[in-house]
Every structure is written in C-alpha cells, then in structure tokens.
Design a protein. Structure first.
Length: 226
C-alpha cells in the first residue's frame, strides 16, 4: 500500500457503537471489493465520541477509482443516511505515504475476524502525530530510524509503521482531506510515548506544536491488531 488514509470521525454522543456495528457489518468487505484495503477500525480510548480507521490504496489513481466505485455503489447508497446520522464531522483525514521504503503496514498473512465476530482484542495501538513546519525530509526520517525506533526497541516496543504526508493533490475531491498539514506519524503498541524523547534538539524547531497522541482499541473486526 503506497497510500494510506488516517480518518478520525467525531460522532454524536453515544453513537460510536452504532456506527461500528454498521461499519463492521456493511463497509468492510464491500470497500475491499472496490479495490481498497480496510486496514483497521478503532475506538479512541480518550474520546468516547471518536471513531478512527485506516484504509489503504495501491496509488493515487487507484484511490480515485476505488472510492468512486464504492461511494457510487449500492451499499453506500443503502446505508449512507444511517452512517451519516451518527456523525458530527468526517473531514479530519490525513493522506499519507510510507516514510521510506518498507515502513508501511505489513499485512500479509493477517486475517480478519469473520462477520458477526464480537470478541475484542486486548491490545492498544498508539498513534503519534508530529506536526511539522515543512515536509519531512531525509534528515528527519533518518533520525527516526537511527534514534527513535531504536529507543522503542530498547523498551521492547516495535514500530508497526511510519508515514509522512502525501503531497499529491486529493484524487477524490468529494471526500476532503487536510491539505496543507505536514506530518510525521508513527504507529506502535502502547509504549510509543518513549519515542517522543530521543528526537535531537536540532529538529525541535520543525515541530509546530506538541504531538497529537491517539490511544486506540481495535474493534472486533479490525484487521490491524496489537
């Protein structure tokens, strides 16, 4: 997957489980049939009204084709009113690409629980979002590989993936993305706060604000688990 969307939805109070039940039942296999990869669905542990999910695409052209096929298709048309009725905002979307070759998700051989599954995984996924003054360059990516990932490894945590902003124009304008934001994102088991300390002072001027940290619990049908 060369392109990944990190999607954070703000929901109406008490509606998260309603959306998750609908999503896991109707929107997983049907999106994948349209050519995209539904990577994972999550409850935000620090916000009861936030639903977070990830999906991937082979490239930007494939993204446009897959999204068109799904959102113009019968399943979305049948259930969009019910889905949209749970939401306050669905435009908090970061369009990403792997920070370097091989730093994306490795999902080969990882299956998904079948429709109707209810058992919740025990693990927690941490997502650290660093907001940058400019697009992440090779110096920052090299520093991450050399210092941050190694510090996590010493603490017994493994970086699952790392991403930077995809700078190409939104290939499906009907669904807004956060254009203009430059980010570096890492995903790891719930130990990733250790990754905030090894960044050298020489890079501090590139951070626009404190990191955004998401603690995410996979839904019963999430393919990505920790």
């Amino acid at each position: 997957m060369k392109i990944v969307e990190l999607r954070q939805y703000t929901l109406k109070p008490g509606m998260r489980d309603t959306l998750i039940e609908l999503f896991d039942r109707e929107f997983v296999e049907t999106q994948e049939a349209a050519g995209m990869d539904v990577i994972g669905q999550f409850r935000d542990l620090d916000d009861p009204d936030r639903f977070v999910w990830l999906r991937g695409f082979a490239d930007m052209e494939a993204r446009a084709a897959s999204l068109g096929a799904f959102y113009d298709g019968p399943v979305w048309k049948a259930h969009r009113e019910a889905a949209n009725a749970t939401m306050v905002d669905s435009d908090n979307v970061l369009l990403l690409r792997p920070a370097r070759t091989g730093s994306g998700f490795h999902m080969e051989g990882i299956g998904r629980p079948p429709p109707g599954a209810t058992a919740l995984p025990a693990g927690v996924l941490t997502v650290v979002i660093l907001y940058l003054s400019a697009h992440a360059d090779e110096e920052m990516i090299g520093c991450f590989d050399r210092d941050v990932a190694q510090a996590l490894a010493r603490d017994g945590a493994t970086v699952l993936a790392s991403f930077v902003t995809e700078s190409a124009a939104n290939s499906f304008p009907r669904l807004p993305v956060r254009e203009g934001d430059n980010v570096f994102i890492l995903l790891a088991p719930d130990a990733a706060r250790a990754a905030l300390n090894p960044w050298p002072r020489s890079l501090e001027s590139r951070f626009l604000c404190a990191p955004e940290i998401l603690r995410l619990a996979p839904t019963a049908r999430s393919r990505l688990r920790v």
